[in-house]
Design a protein. Structure first.
Length: 106
């Protein structure tokens, strides 16, 4: 089974930069002007999941709350530390999770 999370967005370049530069994902593919949509696929090669972000003339209408999250668990402490360093380097705010993953991976 393959898994894809798709979300409409207003700034594909910024999202791609965040997921690829900060979270170390890769841009797997992209498309332009497919039925008036542009899009990008990010994830990790050779895995059965990816994230798809699309944009169009229709603006995204999201109302984020604390339950609107994706959770990624780094495979190693080294990977976890690299993600934290990247977040610090790029000024990404961090919040304490309601679960003890920081204690486990830190």
């Amino acid at each position: 089974m393959n898994f894809r999370v798709a979300r409409h967005a207003d700034n594909l370049a910024r999202l791609t930069e965040f997921y690829c530069t900060v979270l170390n994902f890769e841009k797997l593919d992209s498309f332009e002007n497919h039925d008036s949509y542009d899009g990008v696929f990010v994830g990790k090669p050779k895995l059965d999941w990816h994230l798809e972000f699309t944009s169009s003339a229709t603006k995204a209408n999201h109302h984020f709350d604390e339950d609107d999250i994706l959770v990624f668990y780094p495979a190693t402490q080294k990977e976890y530390r690299q993600l934290i360093e990247n977040m610090d380097k790029y000024g990404i705010d961090k919040e304490e999770p309601p679960t003890p993953i920081g204690e486990i991976m830190g």
